[in-house]
Design a protein around this ligand. Structure first.
Ligand SMILES: Nc1ncnc2c1ncn2[C@@H]1O[C@H](COP(=O)(O)OP(=O)(O)OP(=O)(O)O)[C@@H](O)[C@H]1O
Ligand SMILES: [Mg+2]
Length: 337
């Protein structure tokens, strides 16, 4: 396993992904031109306000979009060199979904059936994909998986039902299910939001150990920049269906270029810092049906220029730190002149 991220192989490349929802009230452009990549063994954070399109991006990768007229209308999602948008549903269900790509969903309770035991449910993905040859092998694999996520007294509770566990334990069981088939890529949608800090740290540590041993790539979806900063190597900041900034997490924290990222970082409360009021970004995200023609952040941006309201900025790269902002483009032109 390579430790130098520069040398690590690209595991996932998403290019210009557009996922739209065709509803009776109009076309909701939930994901509208998303580009980022994940390397082997790396955790990339997808951060942004509620409703910015994070979960819809994750569901597009799994090709598990809501059955309300949602579909990918453009772009590519390439994993290990295969554009999964070209695969048949049979190939997707048989080899990819739940096996090479797994997901910890945002609401873990909806991932667990109250009528089935934990043993049955954690065993379901390897059973479906025929990864074990006998019942005893499957049982051993499930127990091992539950131990890895720190479920106490696993052997005695193999036949227990979800209601017999705490919310945090259920969330960890969902992570065990997602890891059960040794996936290449795991999409973790707010996986630690209902865990206390000690268990959060254990889970994060568990993810890290698995990554070191296997090269598992993780997309961590979160609205919490602090969590992203402590777990991720790189982060993609999403606003109104687009990535506005992408790059190394430390570089972005030390030198956020996009005014939206700057506002997000300013709104993190700091312990011991005396402020009369916490900073909150004024205004609301735009309509996804009829978004602004220029930069989608322009209506809330304190640094906007005339061009921002007319033309969308390109997603430009400076040594791997990409930003979609006219301020950066005009700086570039100034440097070139
Ligand atoms: N089932 C749905 N029906 C209609 N619109 C939807 C549906 N799911 C998502 N959307 C639209 O797609 C946009 C993106 O939603 P998504 O769930 O990806 O947001 P998110 O970034 O994950 O937010 P959160 O942090 O609250 O989970 C939303 O603003 C919403 O307008
Ligand atoms: Mg979500």
């Amino acid at each position: 396993m390579k430790t130098n991220s520069q040398a690590a192989k690209t595991l996932l490349q998403i290019s210009n992904l557009k996922t739209h929802l065709f509803l009776s009230r109009g076309v909701v452009k939930a994901v509208d031109g998303v580009t980022f990549d994940v390397r082997e063994g790396e955790t990339v954070g997808l951060v942004g306000e509620s409703g910015s399109g994070k979960s819809m991006t994750g569901l597009s990768i799994l090709r598990l979009l809501p059955n309300i007229g949602a579909r990918v209308v453009d772009g590519s999602i390439t994993i290990d060199g295969v554009n999964i948008l070209d695969l048949s549903e049979k190939e997707m269900a048989g080899e990819w979904r739940g096996r090479r790509i797994s997901m910890v969903s945002q609401d873990p309770l909806t991932s667990l059936n109250p009528l089935f035991t934990f043993g049955d449910q954690v065993g379901a993905p390897p059973r479906y994909h025929n990864l074990t040859s006998s019942r005893s092998e499957l049982r051993a694999a499930v127990i091992d998986g539950l131990k890895r996520v720190s479920i106490p007294a696993v052997e005695d509770r193999f036949d227990a039902y979800p209601h017999q566990f705490s919310g945090g334990q259920r969330q960890r069981v969902v992570s065990a299910m997602a890891l059960a088939c040794s996936p290449r890529l795991m999409i973790a949608d707010e996986p630690t939001s209902s865990l206390d800090v000690t268990i959060q740290v254990q889970m994060i540590d568990l993810y890290r150990r698995i990554q070191e041993g296997t090269g598992l790539g993780i997309i961590l979806i979160t609205h919490d920049l602090g969590t992203a900063a402590s777990i991720c190597k790189r982060i993609a900041v999403m606003y109104a269906g687009r990535i506005v900034e992408f790059g190394d997490v430390r570089t972005i924290f030390n030198n956020p270029r996009h005014p939206y990222t700057q506002a997000l970082i300013n709104s993190i409360p700091h312990l011991g810092q005396k402020k009369k009021r916490l900073y909150a970004l004024p205004g609301q995200p735009p309509s996804f049906i009829d978004p602004p023609t220029g930069c989608r952040f322009a209506p809330r941006c304190t640094k906007k220029m005339t061009i921002c309201e007319t033309y969308p900025p390109d997603f430009i790269s400076k040594t791997g730190h990409r930003t979609a902002c006219w301020l950066e483009e005009t700086k570039e032109q100034g440097n070139a002149a």
